[in-house]
Design a binder for this molecule. Structure first.
Ligand code: NDP
Length: 247
């Protein structure tokens, strides 16, 4: 039997990039997936067309808005009475050196990456705790572990998400709800596509495996953490980074 057969799983930011790879991998493993987009509905529709199996759906969500999160959770609850998994994948960057970084760009990154993870986790863990089952996977980043010049806001949001995840893992463990992180290194998506060749070349020299990762590499780690194969793992971070950083 497939490891996620019949499980109902929500993925934020599933319309493209790593999120779209996660959605596809989970559907292939037998899950019913609800995924979200924030602005590009056409991209979400394209992802939906490629999914094997039945019972998948997508909806619009701004994870940084409490109102939008409440609406989305209400919509999901009308379709599903139980939820087995949540993947907090939606994330943004607004890179700038500290002295040039605007407060609104700091806030935007914190609001989407950290506050968004908090809002979604709070709303959905309530349902999981009642059912005494669930697995939450938060997508962090190697940058949250090492820091990076020009990404103080992003690094803080991802390090914060890791600390948040450990705290919530402690709170939810007795209810059989697990909380883990997957920390990707450098993965080929639109987020990294915008970097110029010179920057990409420099990054490659820092990756012991000498290759950029693919969305499916991250998705496979997420799949494991959502399945019963990881039933005794909580509060952990799996690095998917080609050896860039080892913790
Ligand atoms: P992309 O920019 O390719 O995709 C981002 C996704 O998040 C899209 O689906 C987008 O929706 C959605 N999104 C953006 N803002 C919001 C919001 N406010 N509310 C809800 N959804 C939102 O990103 P990646 O696939 O590259 O990154 C996915 C995750 O992986 C992020 O958390 C990122 O920080 C992390 N990561 C990525 C790495 C990489 O190398 N690419 C490395 C390490 C971590 P829409 O399409 O509608 O705009």
């Amino acid at each position: 039997m497939k490891s996620l057969q019949g499980k109902k799983i929500i993925v934020t930011g599933g319309s493209r990039g790593i999120g779209a790879s996660i959605v596809k991998t989970l559907a292939e493993e037998g899950a019913q997936v609800c995924f979200t987009y924030s602005s590009r509905e056409e991209a979400a529709a394209e992802v939906a067309k490629t999914l094997p199996g039945e019972g998948h759906f997508y909806l619009k969500l701004d994870v940084a808005s409490e109102e939008s999160v409440t609406q989305a959770v209400d919509q999901i609850s009308t379709k599903w009475s139980e939820i087995d998994g949540l993947v907090n994948n939606a994330g943004i960057t607004k890179d700038q050196l500290l002295l040039r970084m605007k407060a609104e760009d700091f806030d935007a990154v914190m609001n989407t990456n950290l506050r968004g993870t908090f809002l979604m986790t709070k709303a959905l863990s309530k349902i999981m705790m009642k059912a005494r089952k669930g697995s939450i996977v938060n997508i962090t980043s190697v940058i949250g572990q090492t820091g990076n010049a020009g990404q103080a806001n992003y690094a803080a949001s991802k390090a914060g998400t890791e600390a948040f995840s450990k705290s919530v893992a402690l709170e939810l463990a007795s209810r059989n709800v697990r909380v883990n992180c997957v920390a990707p290194g450098f993965i080929a998506t639109e987020m990294t596509h915008v970097l110029n060749e010179d920057v990409k070349g420099k990054i490659l020299t820092k990756i012991p495996m000498s290759a950029i990762g693919e969305g499916v590499d991250v998705a496979n780690a997420v799949k494991f953490l959502l399945s019963e194969e990881s039933k005794y793992i909580t509060g952990h971070t799996i690095n998917v980074n080609g050896g860039m950083f080892m913790s």
